[in-house]
Design a protein around this ligand. Structure first.
Ligand code: SF4
Length: 365
């Protein structure tokens, strides 16, 4: 139940009434939620919305991240991960090295593979990689490649992005992870990632993936030079794409990490801003089922708190994470199933182990 008197006192009774009856919020409603001085009131509305969708369930996955290269031609100014060829720290994994990482330890439910836009790796390498992973781990879902990588593969091969997606799906691609969206607004994108695919291209490729039968996640990188309006327009663009294609499974707000970037920004987001952004995302994205509190970027304690501010998923065990940690994330590199379940139980929710596409793997013990 929503306590409307709380929201009357804050001048948000109309928004609370919309949330109570499931009416879509406008961008202007989102601006008022960002401006509300009481973040716990915004969080309570988001918790109401997530509880209506998921009851007391909160999700996690036994997964493993693999980054196949950090060599990238895009040179995004916020990116602490990428290197040029020959630069100190540059790496590119062979197929054998990828397979060795994927198969060390028990088989995960999901393998998440992303990398930089390498100037030479052909699409055939990734087809071979997917097929080899599928042979080695037949029950593991392969969640690989951002829309930006798909655009890059298409340019390298001189073929359409829809053909790249069809070939990767045939080779075993089950799902795409949703990175590279950053902030869609061109005036932000030209300042933080001028060489990367445009927001329009990202949205087009996500739609093509959905139409090819490849569900995707979606993301937003916030806390750098963008305004609140940019964030809300980004969420609205995702919501409109979802109305058309229905293929987004989970939204992941990614807080900008301040270390090792070329934007010259030294201030990161605060915990309150992170919680508010997660809450407003839950409230705006009424047609995307899941909101992730990505513990790698948020840290374990804030991710746990976010489960009461609209998030319903913690991501997973991860095992080896490079991208966020090179940008200054100081979380652990891995969590165990027990750690994730304890985080969820600690806020009074019930852990549910899921697959990449959020099908339940088993009831938590
Ligand atoms: S964010 Fe991605 S595309 Fe941009 S430089 Fe880093 S690895 Fe390359």
């Amino acid at each position: 139940m929503i306590d409307i008197s709380w929201y009357e006192a804050l001048g948000l009774a109309d928004i609370a009434a919309k949330v109570a009856d499931g009416t879509r919020l406008s961008i202007e409603d989102g601006e008022r939620l960002f401006a509300c001085p009481d973040v716990t009131a915004v969080g309570a509305l988001a918790h109401h919305a997530r509880t209506r969708l998921h009851g007391d369930k909160a999700f996690y996955v036994i997964n493993r991240h693999i980054n196949y290269t950090n060599i990238c031609i895009n040179g995004c100014l916020f990116c602490a991960y990428s290197r040029e060829r020959g630069q100190e720290g540059a790496f590119r994994l062979s197929l054998d090295e990828i397979l060795a990482k994927a198969t060390e330890g028990p088989a995960p439910a999901e393998i998440h593979v992303v990398g930089g836009c390498h100037p030479e790796i052909p699409l055939a390498f990734f087809e071979e990689m997917l097929a080899a992973l599928k042979r080695a781990l037949p029950d593991t879902e392969l969640k690989c490649f951002t829309a930006v990588e798909i655009a890059h593969f298409a340019r390298l091969e001189g073929i359409a992005t829809s053909d790249v997606l069809a070939r990767l799906k045939r080779a075993g691609l089950a799902m795409m992870p949703g990175g590279g969206a950053e902030i869609f607004a061109p005036e932000v994108r030209t300042r933080i990632c001028p060489k990367k695919s445009t927001g329009e291209e990202w949205l087009r490729i996500a739609g093509e993936a959905h139409q090819t039968g490849i569900p995707t996640n979606c993301t937003m990188l916030y806390g750098h030079i963008e305004t609140v309006r940019h964030r809300l327009e980004h969420l609205d663009a995702l919501r409109r794409r979802q109305d058309e294609t229905g293929g987004f499974v989970c939204f992941i707000p990614l807080a900008f990490q301040v270390k090792n970037n070329l934007l010259g920004l030294s201030e990161g987001t605060t915990g309150v801003e992170d919680l508010r952004t997660i809450a407003v995302s839950r409230l705006m994205l009424d047609n995307i089922p899941h909101i992730k509190a990505y513990w790698i970027m948020l840290g374990v304690k804030l991710a746990q708190t976010a489960l009461l501010f609209g998030a319903d998923d913690l991501d997973g065990t991860v095992v080896e994470e490079k991208i966020g940690h090179m940008a200054g994330a100081d979380s652990a590199a891995a969590l165990s199933r027990g750690d994730l379940e304890a985080m969820i139980r600690g806020v009074g929710l019930t852990p549910v182990q899921r697959g990449a596409r959020f099908d339940a793997k088993e009831a938590a013990s």
